[in-house]
Design a protein around this ligand. Structure first.
Ligand code: SF4
Length: 361
């Protein structure tokens, strides 16, 4: 058995196991004992938690909270709504669609860690939404839809599938003439970097004109270790491009220091910050919510102009009608007849000419 398989077989998902890593508070104990939702983490990720800090940013992401039973802002049956599963287009359960040329291909509903803030929690954490993961049916559907250019392989965590299964999905997708790009969404480079084995690198790293991109999810600098850095290097040196999709989470990364450090440290280990997601209106995750303006403020106050532009993610909210950018809007203050007035992150102003038909006004 490889190390990553051992980690999955021995997931920390009982009070007894968790006690090996943290001193559980009475509140946490009660939340764990009364939850009906799936919870758990890899031993590796658990080992990064501060034993005595109930506000530890990794702990808050993986240990159930009593607040999960509350719901003020979440939409019931959120995933069906968000992924347009009840719409007119009949699709296999594995296919979620918001765009004409891209789809999400959901191939599994298990994860390395069961994030308490997950927007797919109905499928992954609460297990109230049961889907049929018929991969061949999904592949046939993708083949029949030649308007598609890109497939996002997601879950759950698709890198938990065995190497030969991943190889099969990639090979079948690459046989479809209209598929130009394959993307993976996986938290494993962060929560189980041991998964990036020589075998997996061989599967992902074959040169092909259809490239593979991988977006992971890292929400706090504390999640980044030497093992993560090596896993990312392994992916990059196999030809897989790696980006990050952080989620803005109250009490975890919504303060200036944590936010800047996260994005700088991602660059240090060669991960390009890609998205910062505003938390979606899934039920039972209100305790992680911030005001919508918060992400733009953090980008304005800690990233834009304060550190490398490479560290800047695009701040968006993913909705049932696609992603909507929420970036800070300080750049165009005014459009006059002859010039724009632009503002930088310090509130300083400058001007640029208004161009009409390729000529200055
Ligand atoms: S790894 Fe992704 S799909 Fe799994 S629980 Fe976390 S956010 Fe949800």
């Amino acid at each position: 058995m490889e190390e990553w398989q051992y980690q999955i077989e021995n997931q920390v998902d009982t009070i007894e196991e968790l006690e090996k890593y943290i001193n559980i508070t009475p509140e946490e104990r009660e939340a764990i004992e009364t939850t009906t939702a799936k919870w758990g983490t890899t031993p590796y990720f658990a080992s990064l938690i501060d034993r005595d800090d109930p506000r530890d940013p990794i702990r808050l992401q993986v240990v159930p909270s009593k607040y999960e039973k509350e719901n003020r802002y979440g939409i019931e049956n959120y995933l069906v709504y968000k992924e347009n599963r009840a719409g007119e287009e009949k699709r296999p359960d594995t296919i979620a669609r918001q765009y004409n040329d891209r789809i999400a291909f959901t191939v599994v509903n298990i994860c390395g860690v069961y994030c308490r803030h997950c927007f797919r929690k109905e499928m992954v954490v609460d297990k109230s939404l049961e889907l049929r993961f018929d991969v061949d049916e999904g592949l046939e559907w993708i083949k029949e839809h030649n308007e598609l250019r890109e497939v996002l392989i997601t879950g759950g965590d698709p890198l938990l599938l065995p190497d030969d299964r991943i190889e099969y999905i990639i090979r079948r997708l690459r046989e479809i003439p209209h598929i130009e790009t394959i993307r993976f969404g996986s938290r494993l480079p962060v929560v189980l970097p041991q998964r990036i084995t020589e075998g997996l690198k061989k599967v992902l790293g074959v040169y092909h004109k259809v490239p593979i991109w991988l977006n992971t999810q890292c929400n706090h600098a504390k999640e980044i270790t030497e093992l993560t850095a090596k896993a990312v290097w392994g992916l990059l040196s196999s030809g897989v491009n790696v980006g990050n999709q952080a989620v803005l989470l109250k009490g975890i990364n919504d303060d200036k220091k944590s936010f800047q450090e996260l994005h700088q440290k991602l660059l240090n280990i060669r991960i390009r910050p890609y998205y910062l997601f505003y938390l979606e209106p899934a039920p039972g995750i209100d305790h992680f919510r911030t005001p919508i303006e918060k992400g733009a403020e953090l980008i304005r106050d800690t990233i834009r102009g304060h550190t490398s532009g490479l560290a800047q993610p695009m701040y968006v909210v993913a909705t049932n009608i696609g992603k909507i950018p929420l970036m800070p809007d300080y750049y165009i203050k005014e459009r006059g007849e002859k010039e724009y007035i632009l503002e930088n992150h310090y509130g300083e102003l400058t001007t640029l000419p208004v161009i009409q038909d390729g000529k200055e006004a």
